[in-house]
Design a protein around this ligand. Structure first.
Ligand SMILES: [Zn+2]
Length: 254
């Protein structure tokens, strides 16, 4: 079972579900976790993708994490999350510190992140740099997840793009509730530094790493680049199976 824990179907691609699942099949991916970013995408649109995805799409929700930052009335993030998980049947929460404008260790995140834990679903955060000009790089630094993991010990936190060149190994070893997702950064650094991927998996714990590619339509190369570093990593078949899908199956109850 191969599960891509980080994929996107953007708003302009919502009517291309068959094309998306067709590419997954061609690329050898059994299921993909599709991640929206609020308020730019709706949880309803993701639920619709799941329905039409013939079992290949696992849908996450997203919320604007702070109820009142501007004085403008907004939906309560905990209500929105409860609806997304309980009624729409989505499987997790995605939050993006750079695009949504918060710091990864902001105590204001605690209510909604803890609510995800109460609902039994993981929260994936973008970590590290991002293409584009949105947000402060400092807000997404992987080290800040150390604080959040302590503040929300009963929620599974997934560090998206968790860079093996930052403190990913130490974070995963320190916190039972922190997992590392591999998209972009592992392909980039793994290509440059032989041995890095295997060492990172073995040191972080093979049960703490989730294969992800940041795939979307037209981005086949991201899958190829990620697969290349894992195929050549020298990891045991057992560890590779955990990273490719076993850990995700356990976290998502699949
Ligand atoms: Zn992404």
């Amino acid at each position: 079972m191969k599960i891509d824990f980080h994929a996107h179907v953007w708003n302009t691609q919502l009517d291309q579900v068959d094309e998306f699942t067709g590419r997954l099949e061609a690329l050898g991916i059994d299921k993909a976790v599709v991640l929206p970013i609020a308020p730019y995408m709706t949880n309803e649109s993701i639920a619709e993708l799941v329905k039409r995805g013939e079992g290949r799409i696992v849908g996450f929700s997203s919320v604007v994490p702070f109820a009142q930052t501007t004085g403008i009335p907004r939906e309560d993030p905990i209500d929105t999350l409860g609806h997304a998980i309980g009624t729409l049947g989505l499987s997790g929460l995605k939050l993006h510190p750079l695009i949504q404008g918060f710091s990864l260790n902001d105590p204001g995140l605690v209510p909604v992140v803890s609510a995800a834990g109460d609902l039994g679903v993981p929260v994936l955060f973008h970590t590290g740099p991002a293409n584009g000009r949105a947000g402060r790089l400092a807000n997404g630094h992987l080290d800040l997840m150390d604080d959040l993991a302590i503040m929300c010990p009963n929620t599974v936190l997934v560090a998206g793009h968790a860079s093996p060149m930052d403190n990913a190994v130490y974070l995963a070893r320190k916190h039972p509730n922190v997992y590392l997702e591999t998209s972009i950064s592992w392909a980039r650094w793994g290509r440059l530094i032989p041995g890095l991927v295997r060492a990172t998996v073995e040191e972080a714990g093979p049960d703490k790493v989730l294969y992800g590619t940041d795939f979307s339509l037209g981005r086949d190369q991201r899958v190829a680049d990620t697969d290349a570093v894992f195929t050549e990593s020298g990891l045991s078949d057992e560890h590779l199976a955990m990273v490719y899908g076993g850990n995700a199956q356990r976290l998502l109850g699949l």
